[in-house]
Design a protein around this ligand. Structure first.
Ligand code: UT7
Length: 313
């Protein structure tokens, strides 16, 4: 029988610097009212110029390793979901390895799937643990969009924030952890959201895709483990826009407390958004043993993915 795989520890890093909507008014022609009503965002965290993505990722990882009650030496593989690496190479994962003192020989690599990167990372980690290649895998979602934003473009500059979220994945008892997953991509939509080298986005196209795909992939992943919408205890979607989240909530027939919202505080943190939300929900005591938790990502590529978990170790 294959090993059951779950989340053993969680950690986050958010830069101290809070940038409100009013702070952005001086840079582009926008307003707090427009940003709040169209996106739900009130504020976001912006990292200092000299802070690297690997710095944020390492901080989140340290906390996750401690939370899992293991040591850096126990980590068998490092995965970092990011589209804003410090360098083309070495990978952020290799930089985290050095910074945390994870032993030489442990494999490390980055995963590029934009805002779906954390979900792609969980599914990758799960397969390595299932076949017993590695006992503990460190997975980090970390992005610093402030370094690739055109700060004169009001269409994109108000949307994003910086941050990192990390988890340690490992074996859990039977019927806990990941019950099912679904991943997908549609390269024909790549043109709608690109960084070349600065971010450009056809907001309406991405919006339509997200509103369609988020409920669809949620229902697919539930069906794969013979559950229904009514079984969901908490849905943690990628945090891009409260209107997208609200449309999905209504479509899936969920009450407000069953869907996680942190985009108001953090903005869109790309690959970090799902682990940041997960950590916020755990901190507020909203996730209990045996509950059904869905993590759902969507973003550039276009890409999407979901995992259904039964919480607990
Ligand atoms: O993480 C990856 C996934 N990303 C997403 O899911 C983002 C998906 N897209 C969205 O969330 C929304 O499309 C946006 C929030 C980006 C935009 O909202 P929208 O309701 O689709 O607005 P729009 O792009 O249709 O623009 C409406 C108007 C335009 O003016 P006109 O042409 O009607 O005169 C824009 O120029 O709002 C204007 N506008 C702004 N006004 C004030 C665009 N950005 C701003 C701004 N402040 N920051």
């Amino acid at each position: 029988m294959v090993n059951s795989v779950g989340i053993l520890g969680v950690g986050t890093y958010l830069p101290d610097n809070i940038v409100t909507n009013d702070d952005l008014k001086g840079k582009v022609n926008t307003s707090d009212d427009w940003i709040r009503s169209r996106t739900g965002i009130r504020e976001r965290r912006i990292a200092p110029k000299d802070m690297l993505v690997s710095d944020m990722a390492s901080e989140a990882a340290r906390i996750a390793i401690k939370d899992a009650n293991i040591l850096p030496q126990d980590i068998g593989m490092i995965l970092v979901a990011t589209v804003t690496p410090d360098h083309s190479f070495p990978s952020v994962a290799c930089m985290v390895q050095e910074s945390l003192g994870i032993p030489s020989g442990v494999p490390a690599m980055d995963i590029s799937a934009a805002c779906s990167g954390f979900i792609y990372g969980i599914v990758t980690a799960m397969h390595f643990i299932q076949v017993d290649t590695h006992q503990y895998i460190l997975l980090i979602g970390a992005d610093k969009f402030s370094s690739i934003i055109d700060w004169t473009d009001r269409n994109t500059s108000v949307l994003f924030g910086d941050g990192a979220g990390a988890v340690v994945l490992g074996r859990v008892r039977h019927n806990r952890g990941i019950l099912s997953f679904d991943l997908g991509a549609d390269g024909t939509g790549g043109k709608h959201l690109m960084a070349d080298p600065l971010v450009s986005m056809n907001g309406r196209e991405v919006f339509k895709f997200a509103v369609r795909q988020l409920p669809l992939v949620t229902e697919t992943v539930l069906a794969k483990c013979s559950l229904t919408n009514q079984d969901i205890d908490l849905l943690i979607p990628h945090q891009a826009n409260t209107r997208i989240i609200e449309a999905a909530r209504v479509r899936l027939g969920l009450s407000e407390e069953k869907i996680s919202v942190t985009v108001d505080r953090y903005g869109n943190t790309s690959a970090a958004s799902i682990p940041l939300s997960l950590a916020a929900e755990i901190e507020q005591g909203k996730i209990k043993d045996d509950e059904i938790i869905l993590l759902v990502g969507f973003g550039a590529g276009l890409t999407w993915g979901a995992v259904c978990l039964r919480w607990g170790i």
